[in-house]
Design a protein around this ligand. Structure first.
Ligand code: ADP
Ligand code: MG
Length: 380
């Protein structure tokens, strides 16, 4: 099969209560076996409970129900998130199909934890470190093919595109890069990686350059959109010595892991001044992202990809020639029930976006020296 048609796949994850939460965590209920999420739909009762004027009743009389491709409850394991979302996208990327995994949700709902968390005790590691480890394990077991793996990372912050792997990032070099149609960022640093540790080190360095700011809702809230990119090229291993270079067919896949900034409304995070400016721009990019998803879901002829930097970078990665997986993260706390409803409505809409992903191939000139190294795989 040379293509993967279908639609954007959508999962919802409810994070467990944490110390910073205020009020009871009873806004959502999720059932992993039926893949359904129920959210309270009784705004007035919730308001009275939060004001201490009413008792906390066990459930909303008429909860809103949403069905997804999968749901992860409060007790869900990081491993399961990777197995259901990351692994299928990675498998497809190894045969040349582009993939994108996006995390969407309000600040503090568990996006960064789900995607990027690194831990000494492996079981808490997020989707990206697991994806990197699995990628190198899988290619090491494939003796019939030779792979070229590269990594890049960008952030969209205040409608500016920054190269997170440019070592001169702090001095302003690698800032405000241009984005071409098709989501290609001009002048972006790509690092060739031959071991998982090289790639993990690059992504850790990239994360250290992501802009964080303190808001009322989450101390380490990311105010920027962070996009981690992998480029995976594959060609057949040549098993006979060759004195000349050759043109060989490669499959080339681009894989994006996107940690979006918080989707909450500005007034809730108590943003002022500089932070307000950031929140406004975040809303511009997220608003544009929402509009793109709505336009694609409604099969509109015009899709406003050019309205923000984020959507320009994601050109071709939401729907189109890409296998797109969306993880929406929600916080079960009663005080955020409105945001949770918005997030789940958005997720439902995203399920209507069609994708038509194809195996991407290219003819690439490979030198005699490189082909010779094929006979000695250890040397790669
Ligand atoms: P976001 O990136 O959406 O702003 P974070 O991923 O930073 O949110 O999560 C907010 C807080 O909740 C962090 O302290 C994180 O460790 C914790 N957290 C999030 N998801 C989980 C989870 N599934 N299990 C345990 N703690 C979690
Ligand atoms: Mg975050």
């Amino acid at each position: 099969m040379d293509s993967a048609t279908g639609r954007v796949q959508v999962w919802a994850r409810v994070r467990p209560p944490i110390e910073q939460d205020h009020g009871p965590s009873t806004a959502v209920e999720c059932c992993e076996s039926t893949k359904m999420v129920r959210v309270r739909n009784d705004a007035e009762a919730v308001e009275r409970i939060l004001n201490g004027q009413a008792e906390l009743s066990s459930a909303s009389p008429e909860p809103k129900e949403f069905a997804f491709d999968g749901v992860f409850g409060e007790q869900s394991a990081q491993r399961d998130v990777f197995m259901q979302i990351g692994l299928p996208v990675l498998r497809e990327a190894l045969r040349g199909i582009n993939g994108t995994v996006l995390a969407y949700g309000q600040t503090g709902s568990g996006k960064t934890h789900s995607l990027l968390h690194q831990s000494a005790k492996g079981e808490e590691a997020g989707l990206l470190p697991r994806l990197v480890a699995s990628l190198f394990l899988m290619i090491s077991q494939d003796v019939a093919n030779v792979y070229d793996i590269e990594a890049a990372a960008v952030q969209v912050y205040n409608e500016q595109v920054d190269d997170l792997l440019n070592s001169e990032h702090q001095s302003g070099i690698g800032h405000n890069l241009n984005v071409r149609d098709g989501g290609v960022v001009n002048g972006l640093t790509w690092i060739r990686c031959t071991k998982p540790d090289e790639m993990l080190e690059a992504f850790t360095r990239a994360r250290a350059n992501v802009v964080y700011a303190e808001t009322k809702m989450n101390k380490a809230s990311s105010r920027s959109h962070a996009i981690f990119q992998l480029r995976i090229s594959k060609r057949e291993r040549v098993f006979e010595a060759s004195k000349t270079g050759q043109k060989v067919e490669c499959t080339i896949a681009r894989l994006n892991v996107v940690d979006l900034a918080g989707s909450e409304r500005v007034k809730k995070s108590g943003s002022e001044g500089m932070r307000f400016q950031e929140a406004t721009n975040i809303n511009r990019s997220l608003l544009a992202f929402g509009n793109v998803v709505s336009a694609l879901a409604a099969r509109k002829s015009h899709v406003p990809l050019r309205d923000s930097k984020l959507t320009r970078i994601l050109d071709g990665s939401i729907g189109g020639n890409c296998r797109t997986a969306l993880l929406v993260c929600v916080n079960g706390s009663l005080e955020h029930v409105g945001e949770t409803q918005n997030t789940l409505e958005f997720a439902s809409r995203a399920m209507r976006v069609e994708v038509d992903a194809k195996v991407n191939t290219a003819l690439v000139e490979v030198s005699a020296k490189t082909l010779l190294a094929d006979l000695n795989p250890e040397a790669h």
